[in-house]
Design a protein around this ligand. Structure first.
Ligand code: FAD
Length: 284
């Protein structure tokens, strides 16, 4: 059984972080042989340069191809065209196309309002050069007018030329399965790859979940809260929760697994090993 795996990184802020990330992606490349490494991208400013530098390094130095995230809010068509040309020159063939969120204080939305417009522009500018992934939300995007509207907007991204979707993380397999069924009903016929977030730090996870609209089920929140400062027990419990989720997704025939690594290798390798995605004698 081969399940395509992808791993997501954020661009490190310092030389020390960059050196650490190099070690992390080398270990993940060896242990998981992922299909690609993706690198997040923020709207505006220096994060974009750091994203580009991280993408270039992975593409040039790693055995695993890089897949840059590209958010369009606050950008011009000319600016996006320039970035696409730079990625083409690096022989990059996959992009995660997003709307993104305007940083507070930035008001000009630029030339794009929604991710479907970015997908259409990538196709217009670069034809079929790029395999385009888009974001999907099994528990629905926080700004969506309704669940139905959110699904229709996902369909617009597919109609504009997206090849696949990666989901926001979730801890309820029922939410994901229902979402995939709804997509099938709407003839959204692209792979919907689940995004998986390891549980290693409750405060950070609760903050992220509140910001992005991913649901931390009440039972999980309560159990994680109860560990207090006992990080070792929290991590052991969190590991078991995500192993079970991963194994259930694999049994259900998932088209792939996308890991939000938080620039850490150990938790992701252990999850893959213990959920049966890697051979059990793997020592990585
Ligand atoms: P869209 O698909 O444009 O949807 C945004 C909202 O608008 C939704 O509520 C949708 O229902 C609604 N909508 C869409 N089209 C229309 C329309 N025509 N009319 C009215 N409403 C509409 N953010 C970053 O900044 N950088 C990253 O690198 C990044 N990586 C991500 C990776 C993944 C896998 C995921 C799931 C998210 C990522 N995000 C990233 C977060 C993402 O940018 C935010 O969730 C953002 O708020 C929405 O982006 P989108 O591409 O889903 O937007």
């Amino acid at each position: 059984m081969h399940i395509p795996i992808s791993c997501e990184f954020f661009p490190p802020k310092s030389d020390e972080g960059a050196a650490k990330l190099r070690g992390v992606h080398n270990r993940l490349a060896e242990a998981l042989k992922p299909e690609y490494f993706s690198v997040t991208y923020g709207a505006g400013g220096s994060t974009q340069e750091r994203s580009f530098a991280t993408v270039r390094e992975i593409q040039m130095e790693s055995s695993v191809p890089a897949a840059p995230h590209l958010s369009c809010v606050g950008s011009t068509r000319a600016g996006i065209a320039d970035i696409l040309d730079q990625y083409r020159a690096l022989d990059i063939h996959r992009i995660i196309a997003l709307r993104g969120d305007l940083p507070s204080g930035m008001r000009d939305p630029g030339d794009f309002r929604y991710a479907n417009e970015l997908v259409a522009f990538i196709r217009e500018h670069a034809g079929d050069w790029f395999h385009i992934e888009v974001a999907a939300y099994p528990e629905f995007h926080p700004q969506a007018a309704s669940a139905t509207a959110d699904l229709e907007h996902l369909k617009r991204k597919v109609d504009a030329g997206a090849n696949g979707a990666i989901t926001q993380y979730f801890y309820s397999i029922e939410a994901y399965s229902r979402f995939v069924d709804d997509c099938e009903r709407l003839h959204i016929d692209i792979p919907i790859v689940p995004g998986l977030m390891p549980i290693t730090n409750y405060t950070q996870l609760a903050r992220f979940s509140d910001a992005c609209g991913a649901d931390l089920p009440r039972w999980l929140r309560k159990r994680l809260e109860a560990f207090g400062d006992d990080l070792g027990s929290l991590r052991a419990f969190g590991h078991d929760v995500v192993v079970e989720l991963t194994a259930d997704l694999v049994s259900a025939g998932t088209p792939g697994l996308h890991f939000y690594t938080m620039n850490q290798a150990d938790s992701v390798i252990a999850l893959c090993r213990d959920s049966g995605v890697l051979p059990t004698n793997h020592t990585g």
